[in-house]
Design a protein around this ligand. Structure first.
Ligand SMILES: [Zn+2]
Length: 276
């Protein structure tokens, strides 16, 4: 009998928190809705802010960045992974979505068994279809920040030419600005904690960017003072290795050193999923 704790939402074997701060190393821009996709329609007032006017990196943006950065890591490790975008998720691409929906209604253990065997680590960690992920990323709110405005030349996406009315002003968060960061994980095995830390490390090293205007060099961030806390079991599931670290603290690269046992658990794990 496989231990499904990692994908179960009805038990609390373990809760982990990664709290800290994110520092903008370059201009950073999280726009509102469509404006984020179309540089010709950006305007001063489209930077995403909370009701107090503080710039925000929404949890949904973090989730997208974590998922796509993780995708690269898992492929490098030779593991099968889906993008989670549109129909490209593990259940839909195997034509199992209808069967899965039926199982959820009549046979929860059967549904868990299918979800365990047929989905990749990203689906289990960040969610797929009607199954919520094991990780929640909170909205990051700026605590210390300055705003700037830059005039950019808008290039038409389709023509590759300078668009008409080509100058647009783009509001952004200046380098050095600081945001809060919080990740909460439910029933995460140690190797999954290691996986998330590897993702954060890639962001910290500038291998993934946050927000819009990436090609203009926006969106580089680093992690500042960080703290890891774990409450509950020291091991989750059959494939996991026990690690007796319940608290780890450090700033930037020091934090990533502190989390080494978890990263090693991820590097050496042999997962049985997804089945071919
Ligand atoms: Zn998947």
């Amino acid at each position: 009998m496989v231990d499904f704790s990692f994908i179960r939402k009805d038990i609390a074997k373990r809760t982990v928190y990664i709290d800290g701060e994110v520092i903008a190393m370059s201009p950073l821009r999280i726009g509102v809705g469509r404006a984020n996709l179309d540089p010709t329609s950006t305007a001063r007032d489209t930077l995403l802010k909370d009701p107090q006017g503080r710039p925000v990196i929404p949890g949904s943006s973090w989730k997208g960045i974590f998922r796509s950065t993780g995708e690269r890591i898992l492929r490098d490790k030779g593991l099968e992974v889906c993008s989670g975008i549109g129909g490209d998720n593990c259940l839909e691409k195997r034509d199992l979505s209808d069967e899965f929906q039926k199982l959820i209604k009549n046979n929860v253990n059967g549904a868990l068994d299918m979800f365990w065997k047929k989905t990749c680590l990203n689906c289990k960690t960040f969610g797929a279809m009607s199954v919520i992920g094991a990780v929640k990323l909170a909205d990051s709110v700026a605590s210390h920040y300055t705003l700037g405005v830059r005039t950019i030349i808008a290039i038409s996406r389709t023509e590759g030419a300078v668009a008409e009315g080509a100058l647009a002003s783009v509001e952004f968060v200046e380098p050095g600005s600081k945001f809060s960061f919080r990740l909460i994980g439910n029933n995460l095995p140690n190797y999954v904690i290691g996986y998330l830390v590897r993702i954060m490390e890639q962001i910290h090293l500038g291998l993934s960017q946050v927000g819009g205007q990436k090609s203009r060099g926006f969106g580089f961030v680093q992690f500042g003072k960080m703290k890891f806390t774990s409450v509950g079991s020291e091991k989750v599931g059959d494939e996991d290795k026990e690690i007796k670290v319940t608290v780890a603290e450090g700033e930037g690269s020091k934090f990533f050193e502190q989390m080494k046992p978890f990263k090693e658990a991820f590097d050496s794990v042999k997962t049985s999923y997804p089945e071919k």
